[in-house]
Ligand binder design. Structure first.
Ligand code: CAA
Length: 380
């Protein structure tokens, strides 16, 4: 095992860190308060090549490896996960799905602008009654011969308003269960698509999240990815990589809260000394650091396996589970270390705690990751 990063990986990490520490930090609190979409940051990240960093250069992407992606996601998420989730959904769900399973024609038309970051995409799987239980898709893509007619509602869709391309998962043959599900490339501006209001979220408030309603939306047959009925497998395979992105996001949230806590514990004095000298605080910081380091290894292992084209589904479930739990633990302790200051917005750690909560929920809750891991144990 080689624990050293390559020069290129370090450069990418540094570039993400510079942008986050110089630019994102400036307006993160204001955007969180106003739930304002970070349009100028998305544009800047596109110019830096981060929005399509995992896509091969052949399709106008950055051609970077998954380890670099983890490093970049961590740096951006240390400061602002509303921005890193946009990067994650575009890279590891939408672009990955099209690049891995789309036809050459589909890649020409849909992937190139996403890989260049000129457009962004959204991944539409969850529904009002199909969150964790993802096979229970009720949105219908009825086969009309040369096209599908889509009717139904998708929920909690990241990038719903800002995306140009939707990767839509919908049921075509309800009698076949999950084997009847398809995945379609949909133009977000197609007639019959409407959005619910911007969700007033607890955290990651400046990313745009809506429900999406489809009423008799016509989607050409040529927009289906893969064979008839491939949609559920597509979603599962794509989420395996997506979860590495969210794991890295959770890692960044934890690291961000940890760094702020160390600084605070060195600055703040109580009972005549810096509070870091009190064992109650020193032990908390030690525990935070240990868990973060373990989460980092989980993330890098999953990324490395993916880069080696080895199976990584279980590794990504473990990384997602452990990093999300770590983010929640670390941010809660960070607020505790900051005391009263931790409970006000100015010190950032309460925001990081709100962001951490979402990492335990989306792209498969912590309990779903446990299901995936426990089923693997059973199958062993
Ligand atoms: N790769 C390939 N195929 C897979 C797979 C994988 N990783 N996991 C499951 N499958 C296949 C199974 O083999 C099975 O196919 P066969 O019948 O042909 O064997 C089929 O899929 C159904 O699998 P299960 O019987 O295991 O299905 P299940 O109903 O028990 O559910 C689950 C499995 C893992 C719990 C799945 O429903 C799941 O992942 N749920 C969570 C959904 C989720 O992560 N949603 C996230 C929404 S997107 C999001 O959050 C993005 C965002 O905004 C940031």
């Amino acid at each position: 095992m080689d624990f050293n990063f390559t020069e290129e990986q370090i450069m990418i990490q540094q570039s993400a860190r510079d942008y986050a520490q110089r630019e994102l930090i400036k307006d993160v609190l204001e955007r969180d308060a106003k739930a304002e979409y970070p349009a100028h940051h998305v544009k800047a990240l596109a110019e830096l090549g981060f929005l399509g960093m995992l896509v091969s250069t052949e399709w106008d992407g950055g051609g970077m490896d998954t380890v670099s992606y983890v490093l970049a996601m961590e740096e951006i998420s240390k400061v602002d996960s509303s921005v890193s989730v946009i990067m994650s959904v575009n890279n590891s769900l939408v672009c990955y799905g099209i690049e891995s399973f789309g036809t050459t024609e589909q890649k020409e038309k849909w992937l190139r602008p996403l890989a260049r970051g000129e457009q962004i995409g959204a991944f539409l799987l969850s529904e009002p009654e199909a969150g964790s239980d993802a096979t229970s898709q009720r949105t219908l893509a009825t086969d009309m011969g040369d096209h599908y007619l889509v009717n139904g509602t998708k929920n909690w869709i990241t990038n719903a308003n800002s995306a140009e391309t939707y990767l839509l998962i919908a049921q075509t043959h309800p009698e076949k269960g999950h084997k009847g599900i398809n995945v379609l490339l949909v133009d977000r501006h197609a007639p019959g698509i409407s959005l619910g209001p911007h969700e007033d979220k607890m955290g990651m408030r400046s990313s745009d999240t809506h429900s999406v309603m489809f009423t008799d939306v016509k989607v050409p047959k040529g927009n289906r990815i893969g064979e008839d009925g491939f949609g559920f497998k597509f979603a599962m395979k794509t989420l395996e990589g997506g979860r590495i992105g969210i794991a890295a996001q959770a890692l960044g949230i934890a690291q961000g809260a940890y760094e702020r806590s160390v600084q605070y514990a060195k600055d703040r004095k109580a009972f005549g000394t810096q509070i870091i000298n009190h064992q109650a605080i020193g032990f908390k910081l030690a525990e935070m650091r240990i868990r973060i380091e373990a989460a980092r290894y989980f993330c890098l292992k999953a990324a490395w396996l993916k880069d080696q084209h080895l199976p990584y589904g279980i590794a990504s479930a473990m990384a997602k589970y452990y990093a999300a739990e770590t983010a929640m633990y670390v941010t809660t302790e960070a607020v505790q270390i900051h005391g009263g200051y931790g409970y006000v917005k100015e010190y950032h750690v309460e925001r990081l705690m709100r962001e951490a909560k979402l990492t335990q929920i989306y792209e498969g809750t912590s309990e779903i990751q446990q299901i995936i891991i426990s089923r693997d144990i059973m199958a062993e």
